[in-house]
Design a protein around this ligand. Structure first.
Ligand code: ZN
Length: 471
């Protein structure tokens, strides 16, 4: 029998979104899943399954068929969820099983755009709102819309006054707790729409909930930063409302500049505010996934490699993937099994200059590096600390490497350096290591001849300019 292939063949058609995501499937499995969801043609199955966003656009039957397949082939031990689980939540679960570490918000935005652009989907859902067009930060994941209210201009004399009400019963029906997001803090975000495609930047002068003023300087700052949501999580006791038959009335007064705006809808969605720690966990997951995916691509015994990978990822199920301990352990295990050193031929010859010291001092916070990280574009051996970096990026969204200043698209361009992380885990008290000419790291005690070690050049000062958000 011919050996199984990992699904990393050249794409049959030109791919719109570049490289395929890290995933656990072999080519044969993609074909078989394709057959299970009525895509008998391999090219179509590849095109559909190599874009995680497509799972958000599938019916419950198809998601269940994929889940059954994963269980049947022992690619997961997580059972089918109850039929009460909302469809997008099942899609999220399957994405985290098939493409571990893939950012769910990115998949969701792509699905939102595809849903609006595809005519079949548009027929099913004539008014898919353009959430994918809204400015967002990596520290806030948008969830599902759970309330859409048609607005009526208020009968009061003020032209820019709108009013709507949220019933406790409707709110409790809309909310279903999602286990996999336990550690991310859930936000309620309100958006105002001129049409399903056009969201208004809410320059409010007043926002009353049951007659109480709630518009504050944080809301104004969010608007000034170019965002379009109003975070209403703490403006009212929504939990109490869900257990009552009451309703809450929201009154907005828009700034005079928006007096002519003809507001049509208010929508409320869930959002998840991510901390630097959540971002760090996500980075460990995406790097683990990449190491696993590369190993599968190069494996000569892919079925064995795949089972090893699945067992490792199974030990860190989706609900634990926002907790640093299990995620770091997973990363070290994945690295131990799957890390493949980059061959020296691929490295830039100019930069390889024998042995050199690698400092564990973070260039941003000047503290010790615990989570060594750099970007896929960096040509230097040194790393910076991912947690410190995310702390900084939370303040100023200007993604650039603090060492070589190369511009980055976002956290998607970062990875954790496995060999250095392994050294830090093995020698927790060390302040620096020696990187040998062949790329391996040594503890200083392991270096018999220290005269040949080059000192690291001093670091350049950090200059990061904030990039203004597109409105
Ligand atoms: Zn760099």
């Amino acid at each position: 029998m011919a050996r199984t292939k990992y699904a990393a063949m050249p794409m049959p058609r030109k791919r719109a979104h570049g490289k395929q995501p890290s995933h656990i499937l072999t080519l044969r499995q993609i074909k078989e899943i394709g057959q299970a969801i009525k895509l008998p043609n391999l090219a179509n199955a590849m095109e559909t399954l190599m874009q995680p966003a497509n799972l958000f656009l599938m019916s419950r039957q198809k998601l269940m068929a994929i889940h059954d397949y994963l269980l049947d082939r022992r690619l997961t031990s997580i059972q089918q969820p109850s039929s009460k689980l909302k469809l997008p939540d099942h899609a999220r679960l399957l994405i985290s099983l098939i493409y571990p570490g893939y950012p769910l918000s990115k998949a969701q935005d792509l699905a939102c755009r595809k849903g609006r652009e595809s005519r079949t989907a548009a027929r099913k859902n004539a008014e898919a709102f353009a959430y994918d067009q809204l400015p967002c930060t990596e520290f806030l994941d948008r969830g599902d819309e759970f309330m859409r209210i048609k607005l009526q201009p208020s009968l009061s004399s003020c032209a820019s006054h709108y009013s709507c009400s949220i019933g406790g019963k409707a709110l409790s029906r809309a909310i279903s707790p999602t286990d996999s997001f336990k550690s991310l803090s859930r936000r309620m975000l309100l958006y105002l729409w001129l049409s399903p495609r056009l969201c208004l930047t809410p320059h409010c002068t007043s926002l009353l909930i049951n007659g109480i003023e709630t518009w504050d300087k944080d809301d104004q700052m969010t608007v000034n930063q170019g965002y379009k949501h109003i975070d209403i999580t703490e403006k009212f006791d929504w939990n109490k409302l869900t257990s009552s038959k009451e309703s809450a009335t929201i009154d907005f007064y828009l700034d005079d500049a928006d007096a002519d705006a003809d507001l049509q809808y208010a929508t409320i969605i869930f959002g998840w505010k991510k901390s630097s720690l959540d971002m760090l966990c996500q980075l460990y997951m995406s790097t683990s996934s990449k190491l696993m995916s590369d190993a599968l691509s190069n494996s000569k015994t892919i079925d064995t490699t795949q089972q090893e990978a699945v067992q490792l990822f199974d030990r860190c199920p989706p609900e634990l993937r926002w907790t640093l301990g299990p995620v770091q352990d997973l990363f070290l295990d994945v690295g131990r099994l799957f890390y493949q050193p980059v061959s020296q031929d691929d490295e830039d010859d100019d930069l390889v200059c024998g042995r050199e010291y690698i400092s564990l001092m973070d260039p941003v916070m000047l503290s010790k590096i615990h989570h060594p990280c750099k970007s896929i574009f960096c040509r230097h051996a040194s790393c910076f600390d991912a947690k410190c970096y995310f702390d900084l990026m939370k303040q100023q969204q200007a993604w650039a490497c603090p060492l070589c200043h190369i511009q980055l698209r976002g956290s998607q361009d970062l990875f954790i350096d496995y060999p250095l992380k392994r050294m830090i885990a093995t020698y927790p008290d060390a302040d620096r290591f020696v990187k040998d000419a062949d790329g391996t790291y040594l503890n200083e005690d392991q270096c018999s001849d220290r005269t040949t070690i080059a000192n690291q050049p001093p670091l350049a000062p950090i200059v990061i300019k904030p990039i203004p958000l597109d409105d």
